[in-house]
Ligand binder design. Structure first.
Ligand SMILES: C[S@@+](CC[C@H](N)C(=O)[O-])C[C@H]1O[C@@H](n2cnc3c(N)ncnc32)[C@H](O)[C@@H]1O
Length: 241
C-alpha cells in the first residue's frame, strides 16, 4: 500500500490566513486582539467581573445536583478556572485556537477545540453547561441551547451583556466609527429576549428559569437586583425532567 503523501507545508498548526470564522471577520480570530484579552480583563473590568462571578455562582450553586460543568466559549479560561474555586469540576471548549492557546497554560483541566453548535460529547456527559459572554456570537442560538440541554443533564448557565444598558448604545456608536471591533457580530439579549429563545429551544421540556442582573453604576444603592436593567445578567435554566 502506498503511504499517503501530503505537503507538510500545508499542515502548519494555525495558518497565517486564519482570521475568519463562518465567513466573518471576528476579533477572536485575530491575535492582535486575543493576545491582550487577559490583560484587558485585569484592568478596569476587574470590578465588574467580581460581581458577575457572584451572581452566576449563586444561581448555579442553588442547584445542588451540579458537580461537573462544561463551559462553551471558554476563551482564555477566565471563568473556567474559577468554577473550581466554588467546588465545581469544570472543562472548557472554544472555537478559537488563539484563545485556547492561552487557556492551556492557565487552566489545568480539559479543553476542547469545538463549535458550540456541534458539541462533540455524548448525551448527559456533564451536570451543567455554561456560556459566559459568548452566547452573543452564536448564529443559531436555538440549536446551541438544544445542544446544551443534550450534553448537560441538570442545567444551563448563562452570563452575558444585557441589551438594556446604555453601554450597548456606546458600543454601537464606537463601531460606526471603527473604534470597537469586539461586538461587530454580537447579538445582544435581555433576560426577556433570551427567555424567548430558551422557550423555543426547550419546547416540551420541563424546566425553571431564574435570573439576576448586575453592572449597575458604582453610586447606585445596590449592585445586583432582579430588574432587567444593568450591564450584565446571569440566568440559570434548571432542567427538571
Ligand atoms: C468574549 S469571549 C468570552 C471568553 C470567556 N467566556 C470569558 O468570559 O472570558 C467569547 C468567546 O466565545 C468564543 N466563541 C465564539 N463563537 C463560538 C462558537 N461558535 N463555538 C465556540 N466558541 C465560540 C470565542 O472564540 C471567544 O473565546
Amino acid at each position: 500500500m502506498n503511504p499517503i503523501k501530503f505537503n507538510e507545508a500545508k499542515f502548519d498548526l494555525v495558518t497565517q490566513d486564519l482570521k475568519k470564522w463562518q465567513g466573518r471577520e471576528e476579533w477572536f480570530f485575530n491575535r492582535e486582539h486575543t493576545d491582550t484579552y487577559e490583560q484587558w480583563y485585569e484592568g478596569r473590568y476587574k470590578r465588574a467581573e467580581v460581581w458577575q462571578k457572584k451572581i452566576i455562582g449563586r444561581l448555579v450553586k442553588k442547584d445542588e445536583r451540579v458537580k461537573t460543568l462544561l463551559e462553551f466559549g471558554c476563551g482564555t479560561t477566565r471563568f473556567t478556572r474559577w468554577w473550581h474555586e466554588i467546588g465545581i469540576d469544570s472543562s472548557g471548549a472554544d472555537i478559537s485556537p488563539f484563545m485556547l492557546g492561552q487557556g492551556v497554560h492557565l487552566f489545568t483541566g480539559e479543553l476542547v477545540l469545538a463549535d458550540s453548535h456541534y458539541m462533540p460529547f455524548k448525551d448527559n456527559t456533564f451536570d451543567a453547561l455554561a456560556f459566559v459572554t459568548t452566547f452573543e456570537y452564536y448564529k443559531d442560538p436555538v440549536k446551541v441551547i438544544q445542544e446544551a440541554a443534550r450534553v448537560g443533564k441538570n442545567g444551563i448557565v448563562f452570563g452575558m451583556m444585557n441589551r438594556n444598558s446604555p453601554k450597548v448604545v456606546r458600543r454601537r456608536v464606537q463601531e460606526v466609527f471603527g473604534k470597537n471591533p469586539f461586538y461587530l457580530t454580537a447579538n445582544f439579549y435581555s433576560p426577556k429576549t433570551l427567555i424567548a429563545v430558551i422557550e423555543k429551544a426547550l419546547k416540551g421540556r420541563s424546566y425553571k428559569i431564574e435570573w439576576t442582573t448586575t453592572g449597575l453604576p458604582k453610586w447606585f444603592p445596590v449592585q445586583e437586583w432582579n430588574q432587567p436593567y444593568g450591564d450584565f445578567f446571569g440566568l440559570y435554566v434548571r432542567l427538571n425532567d
